[in-house]
Design a protein around this ligand. Structure first.
Ligand SMILES: Nc1ncnc2c1ncn2[C@@H]1O[C@H](COP(=O)(O)OP(=O)(O)OP(=O)(O)O)[C@@H](O)[C@H]1O
Length: 469
């Protein structure tokens, strides 16, 4: 079995006192920090930094040959992206201030309480992880392309905002911090969680739990497992889904509906990185990345007192909001074709032809149930289709409100006291509205307006020229 190293970068311990190196390494390993290198020779540090992926350095202040002060200066000048904590045998305020001014993350007295030392190291690791993620994010956003586009293949979209969501997700793919996915019901949050797991390259599996309506006992038992005899009926030990997701991703869906008691347990899991199986007093470490999703507005739930503020802040370290389908109408024709193809395949039918006027009608419908609603309609249509063409009758009821055929003159009112718009002005208003509804897709907008695409393109050009003069 391969050992999993944590954190993802190396922690370098430098001290000429080998006994301190040994005891510190043991303390850190016991806490699950096993990606360590030690050195008792400060003169070797530069070589180590050049050959290893070090992210955090614990540096003794007083050493022969090269002092910790000198090395700290070298780090801040040459490697400002590495976090340095200074260790010293002396509790000197002046030295501490000097080191922090020079760029040290913290100054720790070796004799300090172990809790305090570990807390500082934990904060430094967290900060360094965020630094690395920021770097990756910047590089990703600047490059404007996806390195692992295949991870996102299952998500059909031509929308620019969705593509920037993918780039963001790819850049934070390997982060250990939680990810919060929000968006209306049916927008594809679960697909997003799957794609993020694939982009994370974690070898473990993606384990999904819908936490809505789980009472606290079931939540704890499902996630954390129990020891033998923990409660009546617990006749053998059972591990929970946190363990099953080891080396992979734990996806908690409908997190906005988590009970208050379970919220405390989730917060502890995320903050401390550990949990207790029911009936056990031995903590276990979580080895999975946590992704949560909700269709609820968590900020509002938190203000109403239904969601813990501290958990809300912890969960939103990384977050993405998936736009509703009505705000990316260019995806409607693509999804229509996609769902039709997979429905035909599943029902063993030949691919059907889609009537040309269907997509322009559909993009005027607000789709409160988003892609899920469109999918259900397409499946219904495919199952009812007899010939070569998709039977669009299942769409009729919902299109009645928006359908152009129901457009009646009585609905249009012009105020008596105001002059009428000219035909040219009215045509400009219509063209602009159609382009807006079609998300600037000329082919769809032209179908809505009942003209050809070249005719629309000509009109747009004329409108632009007229506005410039
Ligand atoms: N962009 C997309 N491309 C392909 N399929 C999609 C897309 N968006 C959603 N779907 C499909 O629509 C259905 C609903 O998606 P999903 O379950 O991911 O939504 P959700 O946001 O998690 O919903 P809920 O909030 O109700 O849990 C699924 O069958 C999914 O495969």
């Amino acid at each position: 079995m391969s050992t999993r190293f944590y954190p993802q970068f190396k922690i370098l311990l430098v001290d000429d006192e080998t006994s301190f190196l040994r005891s510190m390494s043991l303390t850190l390993e016991r806490q699950g920090y096993n990606n360590l290198i030690t050195s008792s020779a400060p003169e070797d540090v530069q070589g180590i930094i050049n050959s290893e992926k070090v992210g955090l350095v614990l540096l003794d202040l007083t050493m022969p040959v090269i002092s910790g002060q000198e090395l700290l200066t070298w780090f801040t000048e040459e490697h400002p992206d590495i976090t340095v904590i200074i260790f010293s045998g002396l509790n000197q305020v002046d030295a501490a201030v000097e080191c922090v001014k020079k760029g040290a993350f913290d100054y720790i007295v070796k004799t300090a309480d172990q809790e305090q030392i570990l807390e500082s190291i934990k904060r430094a690791i967290h900060t360094q992880e965020l630094n690395l993620e920021n770097h990756a994010l910047r590089a990703q956003l600047l490059s404007n392309t996806l390195k692992q586009s295949d991870c996102f293949d299952a998500i059909i979209t031509a929308n620019a905002q969705m593509h920037s969501v993918f780039r963001y997700l790819e850049s934070i793919g390997q982060s250990n911090q939680p990810l919060l996915i929000t968006g209306e019901s049916g927008v594809g949050k679960e697909l997003i969680a799957r794609a993020t797991h694939a982009a994370s390259k974690r070898h473990g599996e993606l384990v999904t739990v819908n936490v809505a309506g789980l009472d606290d006992n079931i939540f704890s038992d499902t996630l954390f497992g129990h020891s033998k005899g923990a409660f009546t009926g617990a006749d053998k030990q059972r591990s929970g889904l946190v363990e099953r997701a080891s080396g992979g991703t734990l996806f908690l869906d409908e997190i906005g509906d988590l009970s208050p008691t379970s919220q405390v347990k989730l917060l502890r899991l995320l903050q401390e990185g550990e949990y207790y199986p029911i009936g056990s007093d031995r903590p276990k470490r979580i080895e999975a990345r946590v992704i949560v999703a909700t269709h609820q507005n968590l900020a509002e739930r938190q203000q109403e007192g239904k969601f813990r503020k501290d958990l809300f802040y912890r969960l939103r370290t990384h977050r993405v909001d998936i736009p509703p389908l009505r705000e990316r109408s260019e995806d409607i024709p693509l999804l229509l074709r996609h769902f039709m193809r997979i429905a035909c395949e599943e029902m063993g039918k030949e691919t059907l032809k889609i009537p040309k006027n269907l997509a322009p009608r559909l993009i005027q419908y607000p789709f409160p149930g988003n892609a899920r609603e469109l999918r259900a309609l397409v499946y219904d249509s495919v199952s009812q289709s007899q010939g070569e063409v998709l039977d669009t009758r299942p769409f009729d009821p919902l299109l009645e409100q928006t359908d152009i055929r129901n457009f009646s003159e009585e609905k249009v009112t012009f105020s008596e006291n105001q002059p009428l718009p000219t035909l040219n002005q009215l045509s400009e208003i219509l063209v602009n509205e159609a382009m807006l509804r079609a998300n600037q897709n000329q082919s769809l907008a032209s179908q809505m307006l009942g003209i050809s695409q070249p005719a629309l393109s000509k009109r747009l050009k004329n409108m632009k020229d007229a506005n410039i003069e």
